[in-house]
Design a protein around this ligand. Structure first.
Ligand SMILES: O=C(O)COP(=O)(O)O
Ligand SMILES: [Mg+2]
Length: 234
């Protein structure tokens, strides 16, 4: 029996422009009202996630900053496995490199982040990876389709999911995870059932147990209805 649903946010319960998919919100509320725990897992900041949890109606259990932070309920202790200093140092290296090519990097919500660094997708992530490699930096470059993130190794939504499952007293086998992007791969692998929505790139689809027919929020709703048919039979 699936006791918890862990879902990515951007690209999974939104459309391609990041507008929330309202049937996806309704599906989440149906799960919550039936006693299924719903966890949002995102590259976004804690404050963004808190607003989302309040307005959708979850208990505030979150994985944020690609697993760089996680928390059980609104009032739980915020765990911070990520290392923002290392990510910021790597960002400075990238910033200098791209400035030399006349390209300015635009940070996203830096003052609200505890663990990872996010910036606009106006550069090629593979070029950023090569620069990080050349400088021997121990930092991962993640492209979510909405932003580029820097994160320390070992930190992922999947690692946070495993730690959170322990705090929740739920086995990861009893969890379903849904996602759309490379920052979701470890989470899709860690959960008992991993579902990729149709817009996910091939490597993400390959990491999933199932890929939906529909894309974005429509794919999310399809997955929820598939695994919880009894909640949607009327
Ligand atoms: O913050 C991002 O870049 C993407 O967020 P997501 O993990 O909810 O897709
Ligand atoms: Mg996403």
């Amino acid at each position: 029996m699936l006791k918890a649903l862990v879902t990515d946010v951007d690209g999974t319960i939104t459309d391609r422009r990041r507008r929330i998919n309202t049937p996806a919100v309704e599906a989440v509320r149906t799960l919550i009202d039936a006693g299924v725990e719903v966890v949002f897992a995102s590259g976004n900041t804690v404050c963004f996630m808190d607003g989302l949890c309040k307005m959708v109606g979850t208990d505030g259990t979150i994985i944020g900053e690609n697993g760089g932070v996680y928390r059980r309920g609104f009032s739980g202790t915020l765990r911070v496995p990520g290392d923002k200093k290392a990510c910021l140092a790597a960002f400075e290296v990238l910033n200098d490199y791209f400035a030399g090519k006349g390209v300015e990097l635009e940070l996203f919500g830096e003052q609200y982040r505890f663990a990872d660094v996010a910036f606009a997708r106006n550069i090629d992530p593979d070029e950023a990876r090569a620069v990080i490699r050349d400088h021997d930096l121990s930092v991962r470059v993640l492209d979510t389709g909405f932003a580029i993130h820097l994160q320390t190794p070992g930190v992922s939504k999947g690692a946070a999911l495993t730690a959170l499952a322990r705090e929740m007293g739920v086995s990861t086998d009893d969890m379903m995870a849904v996602g759309d992007s490379e920052n979701d791969i470890e989470m899709l692998e860690a959960a008992g059932i991993g579902v990729a929505v149709r817009n996910a790139p091939p490597a993400v689809q390959a990491a999933a147990d199932r890929v939906t027919e529909g894309a974005y929020g429509d794919g999310f709703v399809e997955a929820v209805k598939k695994y919880y048919p009894y909640l949607f039979s009327r």
